[in-house]
Write a protein of this length. Structure first.
Length: 486
């Protein structure tokens, strides 16, 4: 059996690895952001991004620290049922490629909420953007907290100082570099995620008694390799058909109606290139999810074989705890680098683009110069960065971060998805009523989530986004009129 490493502190080698990675980030931001002159360049990179770069950047954004830290925790604590959601996610990406992306390119959208303006009116655009702010800030706050929690363990910093570090670095690099910096650093980040996972798996297999064969047997006997949940209780959110359905609806909302991820797809020159990119992300993302679930499973086996080793007080800390107390010097820096890179790829660019394009420009200052809008865009990055850090700090009392992010998304994402589907698949026209329906649905979903969490409603939280989407679509349809009758 392996004993924990006595050296639980980071060395100059670890810090050098981290410093080099952060230096590369700032170098990319400087090179790609120094010539930006207007908001089209700052938010869309003048639609000149290559498919491979956009694909890897999409993966880096989708993965985030929630995957690097949260997925191993799920593999360690639970099993592989999380993959059921990815099946639904793959189906959703193909759907988005053939229905959502053509509509966004047809209207030459800078943000996807401009589609709602063209299809319904200004009120729908404003409400879509506000719902995006609310959903993205909360969900990204959980993601930032996940990274900060892991890094605080590794670095020995307080959670507050770790949050400040991430926020300052993110604000500096995105404020200067814009979407071009986000895209190209995403390439670097995605590659680092693959490399860190492979190194960790190799190390664990070398230090697990019996190697791959015994690790597989141990995990199988403990039920850690279960992928499909064939239960029947409606209160279980991981039943296979419900999980896949939630993956479809959740990914339609996350990728098709969320500016953070769709912004990457709008940087491609043509509709066809954008479609190829999102389909390619299926093949690029699946290996990352599998690798980090594998890490969680191997960590379970490792600690089962080394039962005298202490475990963290919160299972969400398992990866950083293992890295700090069991990995040799240098390897700790690799894990720390992956977590830091996953957290720096924040939603600040997409929040800024939606605020300036959907709120500031049409409502406050419609006829200002591009120089003015570029300055406002950079200021808004800083303001959203501060707000994001506050939200992340408020998450410190939670456990099970991966599922928390999904639950938050389920409250409002259905409202956004429902109104987008109404615009894409009907000829109905409605504007202000969309705002009322979306608001009512979100309040109802929030109430249902509270009842589910307090065990007063025996229903799985996976139902929230499905019910929310259907209610918004049906409500919008009932309050609307056919386009030909207007």
């Amino acid at each position: 059996m392996m004993a924990a490493s006595q050296n639980s502190s980071l060395t100059y080698t670890d810090f050098l690895i981290v410093a080099f990675a952060v230096f590369i980030l700032f170098l990319i931001a400087y090179i790609k952001g120094r010539d930006e002159q207007d908001t089209e360049d700052f938010f869309l990179g003048k639609r000149k991004m290559p498919v491979v770069a956009a694909t890897l950047s999409f993966v880096a954004t989708e993965i985030s620290a929630m995957t690097i830290v949260g997925v191993p925790a799920v593999g360690f604590r639970e099993n592989w049922e999380y993959l059921q959601f990815f099946i639904g996610s793959a189906i959703a990406r193909v759907f988005i490629a053939y229905f959502f992306i053509p509509a966004f390119y047809r209207f030459n959208c800078t943000t996807i909420y401009e589609f709602l303006k063209h299809r319904f009116g200004r009120a729908s655009q404003y409400s879509g953007s506000v719902f995006f702010f609310f959903t993205r800030l909360l969900a990204s706050g959980v993601r930032l907290y996940a990274a900060s929690l892991a890094v605080s363990v590794l670095m020995g910093w307080s959670l507050l100082w770790t949050l400040l570090f991430f926020s300052v670095v993110s604000m500096i690099f995105i404020t200067f570099g814009g979407i071009r910096a986000v895209i190209w650093t995403g390439v670097f980040e995605a590659i680092s995620f693959y490399a860190a996972a492979l190194i960790l798996i190799a190390y664990l297999l070398l230090h697990i008694k019996g190697g791959v064969a015994l690790a597989f047997q141990t995990a199988l006997e403990a039920g850690k390799l279960s992928i499909f949940n064939f239960g029947s209780s409606p209160a279980d959110p991981n039943i296979w058909w419900l999980a896949i359905l939630n993956g479809v609806f959740g990914s339609l909302a996350s990728f098709g109606t969320d500016q953070e991820l769709m912004q990457r797809l709008l940087t491609l020159e043509t509709r066809r290139s954008s479609q190829k990119t999102i389909v390619a992300t299926i093949l690029a993302s699946l290996p990352v999810v599998v690798l980090y679930l594998s890490i969680g499973t191997l960590l379970f086996v490792y600690y089962k074989q080394n039962s005298l080793l202490p475990l963290p007080d919160n299972s969400d800390k398992i990866l950083s705890h293992f890295a700090l107390f069991s990995l040799p010097n240098g390897f700790k820096g690799i894990v720390l680098t992956a977590i830091i890179l996953a957290s720096i790829d924040s939603p600040l660019s997409s929040l800024s683009s939606s605020f300036v394009t959907d709120i500031y420009k049409p409502l406050l200052h419609e006829k200002k110069s591009e120089k003015h809008y570029l300055l406002v865009s950079r200021i808004s990055v800083v303001l959203f960065g501060i707000l994001l850090a506050v939200i992340a700090y408020m998450c410190k009392f939670s456990e099970g971060m991966l599922w928390l992010a999904f639950k938050i998304n389920g409250v409002t994402a259905g409202s956004l998805l429902g109104v987008f589907l109404l615009g894409l698949f009907t000829q109905r026209r409605v504007d202000k009523a969309n705002v009322y329906v979306m608001t009512f649905t979100s309040v109802l979903m929030g109430t249902m989530l509270y009842l589910i969490e307090t065990k007063k409603l025996l229903l799985g939280w996976s139902w929230l986004i499905i019910i929310g989407t259907l209610l918004t679509f049906i409500g919008g349809y009932l309050f609307s009129r056919d386009e030909d009758s207007l």
